[in-house]
Design a protein. Sequence first.
Length: 231
Amino acid sequence: MDSIEIDANQPYQLKELCLEPEVFQVKRTSPTRGKSSAKRNDKTEKYIESKLLTRKSFTLDQVNGKLIADSNGRLTFVEQGGFDFQPVTIQLPNGERVPLLFTVKGLVANCQDAVTAVGPATRLAGNFNVPPYRTSSFIDPKGRGIAVGYDAAVGIPIQADREKFSRQNAKSFEIDKGQIVLQINQVNRATGELSGQFESQQPSDTEFGAKESMTVKVQGQFYGRITSEIV
């Protein structure tokens, strides 16, 4: 079994990290079927597979960062840059479209077990930042936005819809959080290359707080290369 030895006293880089998503699933809540009223009122959550509408620009590429091994042998990957986000739109079976910013921005992933080498048993897990799908200069079809546009596009709100009215007009630029697991399956000691499977969970876009986000699960393959910072 091939592996890449890691020295705690030597700095490393994880370069050319590419994440290729293959499956997008959206968590949805549905009522439980049953004869009794108690069962009919119960709700279950499950992931529904969706269709990717974005054609080619959905892969993260050239992501890089520091790979740090502490004195206890625990690895930490700190993402520093690259093409680390892609705006993606997926579609549920009922035709509903869900926009999201597929990303690993600011990822800090750790290996819970102490290791002296990176190999097929290495597993990194951590959290990353999820910015909004659009920039602050975006305005909606009614001319509302954060940095530009109107503050409100409706004169007198209906009392019953006051909360909905407020959410649509009071735009907010908030950064959310996501989680990812990188499971390494193959490594090449001679070249430092590695590959494996990833699974991430992150929120969908909220249109600057106008609607509730959905939890999206993304599964796929990743590739990368470990290099030493010492020339």
